[in-house]
Design a protein around this ligand. Structure first.
Ligand code: AMP
Length: 231
């Protein structure tokens, strides 16, 4: 679609497990196209923090790790993308999470005369995710981040910059990461099938170097792969 100022509008949905580089690529899109990133997780955490009625309703569900009701989340998103800064499009992160949300999103986009979404699935082998996340170490003193597999410190367990102790985050342990991956797969596979059926899905190798993923992403978003990359 061409917006009022004749710039193409882009609606991007990023799907990818923890450790797939989704956060990094979302920032890349935001910077390149000047469109906002919309994270339902952030919006819900904000509502909980300010103890709005919606935040109060969502708090317990979020604490238990369950999904907040579709009506609540759809309402939040509809209101958010009606704002002026979304006129040229936006990147959705953490939404949709269910088929119902995906269907409602389709209706909202139509109502607001936004184009159909480009759904990017960042695919990464579970073993690589495990190495990326469970290999992560952070300096207790200065916060610098290392990875025992990809970017180790010179001295084992000791920060190169300040000599501080390097520690692993509790939720980065292998068992927890495996469980997060299982949950992700359960939630996301139906969405992948749904968008594949609509011809809106594009798959990218999230295990490739950041620069490569970035280039592939731009070429998809700028339409150069429209013909060759129908999954
Ligand atoms: P996230 O930061 O995306 O991992 O989201 C944190 C929590 O917010 C999730 O565990 C859910 O409880 C809730 N949440 C975020 N997005 C959604 C969504 N699209 N549908 C339902 N619940 C959501």
């Amino acid at each position: 679609m061409l917006s009022a100022s004749n710039k193409p509008s882009r609606v991007v949905i990023l799907l990818g497990p923890p450790g797939s580089g989704k956060g990094t690529q979302a920032k890349v899109i935001v910077e390149r196209y000047g469109i906002p990133q919309i994270s339902t997780g952030d919006m819900l955490r904000e509502a909980v923090k300010s103890q709005t009625p919606l935040g109060l309703a969502a708090e317990q569900i979020m604490k238990s790790g369950g999904l907040v009701g579709d009506d609540i989340v759809n309402g939040l998103v509809e209101e958010r993308i009606d704002r002026a800064d979304c006129e040229k499009g936006f990147v959705l992160d953490g939404y949709p999470r269910t088929i119902e949300q995906a269907k409602v999103l389709g209706q909202i986009l139509e109502k607001q005369q936004q184009p159909a979404p480009v759904v990017i699935s960042l695919e990464v082998f579970p073993e690589l995710v495990l190495q990326r996340i469970s290999g992560r170490r952070t300096c207790r003193q200065c916060g610098r981040i290392y990875n025992v597999y990809f970017s180790p410190s010179r001295g084992e367990g000791i920060c190169d910059a300040c000599g501080g102790e390097l520690i692993a985050r509790a939720d980065d342990s292998e068992a927890v990461v495996r469980e997060r991956l299982v949950q992700y797969e359960k939630q996301t596979q139906p969405l992948i099938d749904f968008y594949q059926g609509l011809g809106q899905l594009r798959r990218l190798d999230g295990g490739a170097p950041i620069e490569t993923v970035k280039e592939e992403l731009f070429s998809i978003l700028e339409g150069q792969k429209e013909r060759s990359n129908h999954s």
